[in-house]
Ligand binder design. Structure first.
Ligand code: NAD
Length: 312
């Protein structure tokens, strides 16, 4: 099967590309390398450096590659950037997504599998764990743009019958997550501990998130290829709330290092608790997160050690 992965040089996308290649799929990657890295891209994938906002360039790639399934992960993912510059965020996440959807229509793509964000679109959840039917109330332009792309997929489905699946992730962590970004508390903590820097926790550390390992997220994408049921939107997480203090304690015990921990003022407007109801994905897709937090953190820490050593 020929597949195309947008954002395939990024954290989740590159892990997905590796799995697709090992399944024997023919993989093309589309990425502008804004946060992604060429070194992440599997050598057996075809790489196209292009921005999704470049419609004619994208069209040319579709004409040449003719993918059957498209995984759409490319996005501006920084919440603070989206607040500072909503237009930039919308260009990538809304216009870029529409360009991609148009190309999928023109070239008869059988299915788009879109990476959305449960954490960003449900806002401050009124119901925990948050199900797919939870009210959509994004608290940032990033959440709004991620949901806008979901809405376009749904509209194209109604008007043209375009087939799609949307996966709404919890907090994803694992190898290749950029510790310099703001998204990954696990990556940031591991990097700090390995480099002997203090860990900073905003608030009392008892705020909870749903941390899901990247390989489980990749597996959910693979399950979505063949799903033939009637549902289109699925939460992908663990369904388990974990506090930031628990993350800190696990990292300390796995790395067996003493760490200075500084508690700082809570971030204004930050959601206190959020985790996802994954029962629909379990029932319909057969999804079940396999990696325990301990195993996932250990694998991430080993990757980070190798990565930091290779950069020395
Ligand atoms: N990491 C998480 O916890 C998380 C949670 C929920 C949803 N998501 C979603 O998963 C997807 C992947 O996220 P990630 O954590 O791997 O981030 P990432 O930044 O590592 O990956 C995004 C990739 O998209 C590329 N890109 C960005 N804008 C582009 C554009 N306009 N044209 C072409 N390429 C572009 C970047 O260079 C990068 O390689 C995103 O859509 C994100 O919204 C991630």
């Amino acid at each position: 099967m020929k597949v195309l992965v947008t954002g395939g040089a990024g954290f989740i996308g590159s892990n997905l590309v590796d799995s697709l290649i090992s399944r024997g799929n023919e993989v093309s990657v589309v990425d502008n390398l804004s946060t992604g890295k060429l070194e992440n891209v599997n050598k057996n994938a075809k790489f196209h450096k292009i921005d999704l906002t470049d419609f004619s360039g994208l069209n040319g790639i579709f004409e040449k590659e003719r993918p059957e399934v498209v995984f759409h992960l490319a996005a501006q993912i920084n919440v603070r950037t989206s607040i500072r510059d909503p237009l930039l965020d919308a260009k990538s996440n809304v216009i870029g997504s529409i360009n991609l959807i148009e190309c999928c229509m023109r070239y008869g793509v059988k299915r788009i599998i879109y990476s959305s964000s449960g954490g960003a679109i449900y806002g401050d959840p009124k119901q925990l764990p948050a199900p797919e039917t939870h009210e959509i109330r994004p608290l940032s332009p990033y959440g709004a743009s991620k949901f806008a792309a979901e809405s376009y997929l749904s509209a194209y489905h109604s008007v043209y019958g375009l087939d799609y699946i949307t996966l709404r992730y919890a907090n994803v962590y694992g190898p290749r997550q950029d510790a310099l970004g703001e998204a990954g508390v696990i990556a940031i903590f591991i990097k700090n501990v390995l480099s002997g820097k203090p860990i900073v926790i905003f608030g009392d550390g008892e705020q909870t998130r749903d941390f899901v390992f990247v390989k489980d997220v990749v597996h959910a994408n693979l399950l979505a290829i063949d799903y033939r049921g009637k549902h289109r939107e699925f939460n992908i997480g663990t369904g388990i709330p974990t506090s930031v203090n628990t993350i800190k304690d696990q990292i300390k015990s796995i790395l067996d290092k003493e760490v200075e921990v500084n508690y700082s003022e809570a971030i204004k407007g930050e959601v206190r608790d959020t985790y996802l109801d994954i029962s629909l994905a379990k029932r319909e897709l057969g999804f079940s997160p396999k990696t325990s937090l301990f195993e996932g953190i250990r694998e991430t820490a080993h990757w980070m050690m190798d990565y930091l050593n290779s950069k020395r």
